[in-house]
Design a protein around this ligand. Structure first.
Ligand SMILES: O=C(O)CCC(=O)C(=O)O
Ligand SMILES: [Fe+2]
Length: 282
């Protein structure tokens, strides 16, 4: 069945796409918008105080990992970089929910379960122990930071690396810094989530292409906003044109998944694509 048109494509652009509020159940309008475009943006999911607490918790865990010389979490490599003041920082945390009650509690917010309806699988769940768990990305442009952008990709392709067929999944982002297209940030190609396997595999060259697409939509977010995108949608993270403090962007992601339960633990090994990714990061 063709998804019912919510609005014309013209109204879904960087400067005019709709923002919603997430309650305990998705509205018809939200379901339809997601079906058509493959993403949703919810304003003020958590308060500015909650964001501040999460930022300080991430720094506490970061300092702990650096002090103990940790390189991986459950087989997922940690990405390190250098901040504007020359200090070593963690630029990509995985399974952060296992290191702080603040993040563990965040994942229990009942409104997150409302998002399960977007994939409609009876075994939908938050990936507390699966995939990379709660991921925390910290992008900043400095002389020695090698994590300031991410090339075009879909998140669903990872299933192939896990040796599985592609299962419905969502990636839910909690944004911790303000960001707009003028400052880099998340770019998505609306509607590429339901165009079939050829689009999923070949629309772009995975991770190697960073080029702007004239159809891409850049999100404008405030700290505390939540976004959700279909695992099959094409997206990238654009590099900020700014250097230093103005380029800082922190965002957390949690997967909502279905299918076979595949927990990771400290005995898990890195996947092939994770080794490959460290080559493509810039
Ligand atoms: O940082 C973002 O907003 C997106 C990150 C992303 O696409 C990923 O880690 O797969
Ligand atoms: Fe992604």
């Amino acid at each position: 069945m063709m998804p019912e048109q919510v609005e014309t494509d013209k109204s879904v652009r960087s400067d005019s796409y709709p923002r919603f509020t997430l309650g305990n159940k998705l509205t018809e309008e939200q379901l339809k918008f997601f079906d058509t475009y493959g993403f949703l943006h919810f304003k003020n999911f958590v308060s500015k105080e909650a964001v501040a607490e999460m930022l300080s918790e991430s720094q506490r865990v970061q300092d702990q990992w650096i002090a103990e010389g940790r390189k991986m979490v459950n087989g997922v490599p940690i990405k390190f970089g250098t901040d504007v003041d020359g200090k070593t920082i963690v630029q990509r945390f995985a399974f952060l929910n296992h290191f702080s009650p603040v993040f563990e509690e965040f994942l229990k917010d009942p409104r997150l379960e409302a998002l399960f309806d977007l994939i409609g699988a009876p075994d939908s769940r938050i990936g507390i122990n699966e995939k990379d768990g709660l991921v925390f990305n910290h992008y900043v442009n400095t002389a020695n930071s090698n994590y300031s952008q991410l090339g075009w990709h879909t998140d669903a392709l990872r299933d192939i690396f896990y040796g599985n067929k592609i299962m419905p999944m969502l990636n839910v982002g909690l944004h911790l810094d303000a960001s707009s297209p003028a400052n880099g940030g998340l770019r998505i190609l609306p509607g590429t989530h339901n165009k079939g396997i050829a689009t999923l595999l070949f629309r772009k060259v995975y991770y190697l292409s960073n080029k702007a697409d004239k159809k891409e939509l850049g999100l404008t977010v405030d700290p505390g906003d939540l976004t959700v995108h279909d695992g099959r949608i094409w997206h990238r993270v654009a590099q900020s044109p700014f250097f230093g403090e103005k380029s800082r962007r922190r965002v957390m992601y949690i997967p909502i998944i279905s299918g076979k339960y595949q927990p990771r633990d400290e005995s898990s090994k890195p996947l092939l694509y994770q080794r490959f990714q460290s080559i493509t990061d810039k």
